[in-house]
Design a protein around this ligand. Structure first.
Ligand code: NAD
Length: 315
């Protein structure tokens, strides 16, 4: 059989770099296309080829696709806030970029990181893939539009496409200084330095967390499924734990695991913040055999230990 050679767009990002490591460990060749707008090239394993370029640039895309046997499309402006402030510029990457890449990829199996944001606020929990989609942000509509381009490519020309809908992803490598970074990364930073853990609103909003290493495995499992699929296959799949935790409980948990007495403070609620979000992982288990492997508390403990190591290294 032909050796595996994958294109990973956005491979220098938080999730992309974890995926590149997993693919290299499995012996696949990896080419990354990333414009480094938020990515960090030093995260990549040394034997991954990096093409610095924009997914909207067809010349760069064609170069990155040479010899590829499958495409993982992760490049995006991944911040809901940035997309709200700058919808036209971010749509170029998040919607047009996906459609252009999909066209360029022809009949290669195509795995895309959509987002649980496509669900918006749902009354019935946990949320499964048959829920009526109700995006509440420019970021989410671009993800939904991208999914629909995948679905249409499958219908019109027999492409094999999978869209993953991850819920909240956590783990080492989320940019700690970015104001848009995940809540857990911020809590870990604060608890480790004894600063107050700041909660938006009353902290009663719930979220479903999945570790980045589990997301990388889900991406790889989806590629295996796409490679085996008949032409014209499209599926959207939740990536989640199935368990919700409130943000206030989360702050207390991080303090407990950090042995910290950092205060918990409450700020204004974020406008448009979704109240409850917990996913149903049943389809992921049936379709790609996915199950969360990293226990939640162990994942947080690992982040806390990594943070302590970084502080020690600086001293
Ligand atoms: P990230 O910002 O760390 O990574 C995105 C990468 O894409 C960066 O390396 C960036 O430089 C690159 N990029 C951005 N625009 C580009 C362009 N036009 N051309 C080429 N490269 C470009 O974000 P992440 O958290 O790793 O997210 C990866 C994907 O997963 C995104 O599509 C995001 O929307 C999706 N996602 C993330 C989460 C989460 O909780 N982090 C949840 C659901 C979905």
């Amino acid at each position: 059989p032909k050796a595996e050679r994958f294109l990973v767009t956005g491979g220098c990002g938080f999730i992309g770099a974890a995926l590149c490591r997993l693919l290299r460990e499995a012996g696949a060749e990896v080419v990354v296309l990333d414009d480094l707008s938020s990515g960090d090239p030093t995260r990549l394993p040394s034997d991954v080829r990096l093409i610095r370029g924009d997914i909207c640039d067809r010349v760069a895309v064609d170069r990155a696709l040479e010899g590829a046997t499958g495409v993982f499309h992760l490049a995006a402006v991944a911040s809901v806030e940035l997309c709200a402030r700058n919808p036209e510029a971010t749509r170029r990457t998040n919607l047009h970029g996906t459609a252009a890449l999909l066209d360029a990829a022809g009949d290669l199996p195509f795995v895309f990181t959509s987002s649980a944001a496509v669900y918006g606020e749902q009354a019935a929990l946990p949320i499964d893939e048959t829920a009526t989609l109700a995006p509440m942000s420019s970021y989410a509509t671009d993800k939904l539009g991208s999914e629909q381009h995948l679905q249409v490519a499958a219908m019109e020309r027999g492409a094999r496409c999978i869209a993953l809908r991850p819920f909240n992803i956590f783990g080492p490598g989320q940019a700690p200084r970015s104001p848009y970074t995940g809540v857990l990364t911020r809590f870990v930073e604060s608890a480790s330095s004894g600063l107050s853990l700041s909660v938006n609103g009353d902290g009663g909003q719930t979220r479903d967390f999945v570790h980045v290493s589990d997301v990388a495995r889900a991406l790889r499992g989806s590629m295996e499924m796409a490679c085996r699929a008949e032409p014209g296959h499209f599926a959207a799949i939740n990536i989640c734990s199935g368990k919700g935790i409130s943000i206030l409980e989360l702050a207390r948990l991080v303090n407990r695991l950090a042995n910290s007495r950092a205060p918990i403070s409450f700020g204004p609620a974020r406008p448009g913040d979704i109240r409850h979000s917990t996913g149903d992982p049943t389809r992921a288990e049936k379709a790609i055999g996915f199950r969360v492997e990293m226990p939640f508390e162990a994942g947080i403990a690992e982040m806390l230990a990594g943070r302590a190591d970084r502080i020690a290294a600086r001293q």
